[in-house]
Design a protein. Structure first.
Length: 50
C-alpha cells in the first residue's frame, strides 16, 4: 500500500513517482497527470487535520 500524499484527490506517493518516471518534470506536470493539489481540501480531509 502506497502512502497517500494528496488527500483531496486521493493521490498516492507511487502515483507521483510514476508520473515522474513517465516524464513529469515539474509540479505543474505532476498536478496535470495525477490531479494532486487541485481541490485544495487536503487539510480538511487528512485524518489528522494537517
Amino acid at each position: 500500500m502506497s502512502t497517500i500524499i494528496c488527500y483531496c484527490s486521493n493521490v498516492t506517493e507511487q502515483e507521483i513517482v510514476d508520473a515522474i518516471d513517465n516524464g513529469a518534470k515539474s509540479l505543474s506536470d505532476i498536478k496535470a497527470v495525477t490531479g494532486a493539489c487541485t481541490l485544495g481540501r487536503c487539510k480538511e480531509l487528512h485524518p489528522k487535520g494537517t
